[in-house]
Design a protein around this ligand. Structure first.
Ligand code: PEP
Length: 253
């Protein structure tokens, strides 16, 4: 079965006003979105907006995702949110391992893998981010770094769990910098991840798992990236706040 194109928008903790967000949701609701992308579009809101936006503004064809969750289900963890609370609130997806979490909040690959396990056990689907820094790329360590990030996850997951995982390959040097990976660089990294999944999990999981690209995707570079055979969609930060996000969703049209 062909892998269905998957597009996510990551609003982060950006200062876009309530009105700007509402306008953007209206643009998406009014736009002719590629029906083959269909329900594969997710928006990452801050926790405070997760239920408010869909309930109050209405969102057509778009699901919401939390930007993070904790590894425990309950307890004295002030400021954290548990996967079961997200699931209770009807949130279907959570993003784990974003480079900003790994770098600024020192989340290890082991913690990300544990969170992935707990999120799946509580009914969430996971968008799992991996990617190398500029110095790691320059030292030709991209493949090694990404495999090390994925390894603990492969140890935590059973084969059937992979149906609920989307891997986002996001080179850290491309996130928010305007320096997008070339389509050859992206294709190589995605093909390496797929080859790793063949070895570490199974050929069937490697074939069916969506691997999406993130890092300075815009309306002007998305079409070429989307032609790459192992690239199954996008995770978009800055451009997801603009009307051009519609063009990115429609990149394969
Ligand atoms: C991101 O934050 O995941 C991201 C890809 O950001 P940007 O598109 O702005 O590079």
């Amino acid at each position: 079965m062909p892998r269905q194109f998957f597009v996510g928008g990551n609003f982060k903790m950006n200062p876009a006003s309530r009105e700007a967000k509402r306008t953007l949701i209206k643009t998406l609701n009014d736009a002719a979105l590629d029906p083959s992308v269909g329900a594969q579009i997710t928006f990452r809101f801050l926790t405070v907006y997760l239920t408010y936006v869909p309930a109050v503004w209405g969102m057509k064809d778009v699901k919401v995702a939390a930007q993070n969750c904790y590894v425990k289900l309950s307890g004295a963890f002030t400021g954290e949110i548990s996967p079961s609370q997200l699931a209770d609130a009807g949130i279907p997806y959570v993003v784990l391992g974003h480079s900003e979490r790994r770098t600024l909040f020192h989340e290890s690959s082991e913690l990300v893998a544990q969170k992935t396990r707990v999120a799946l056990d509580n009914g969430l689907s996971v968008i799992l981010c991996v990617g190398e820094t500029l110095s790691e790329r320059e030292a030709e360590k991209t493949k090694e770094v990404v495999e090390k990030q994925l390894e603990p996850v492969t140890q935590q997951l059973k084969e059937a769990d992979w149906q609920k995982i989307v891997i986002a390959y996001e080179p850290v040097w491309a996130i928010g910098t305007g320096k997008v990976a070339s389509s050859a660089q992206a294709q190589q990294a995605h093909a390496d991840i797929r080859a790793f999944l063949v070895k570490a999990v199974s050929p069937a999981v490697a074939e069916s798992t969506r691997i999406i690209y993130g890092g300075s995707v815009t309306a002007s570079n998305c079409k070429e990236l989307a032609t790459q055979k192992d690239l199954d969609g996008f995770l978009v930060g800055g451009a997801s706040l603009k009307p051009e996000f519609v063009d990115i969703i429609n990149a394969t049209k």
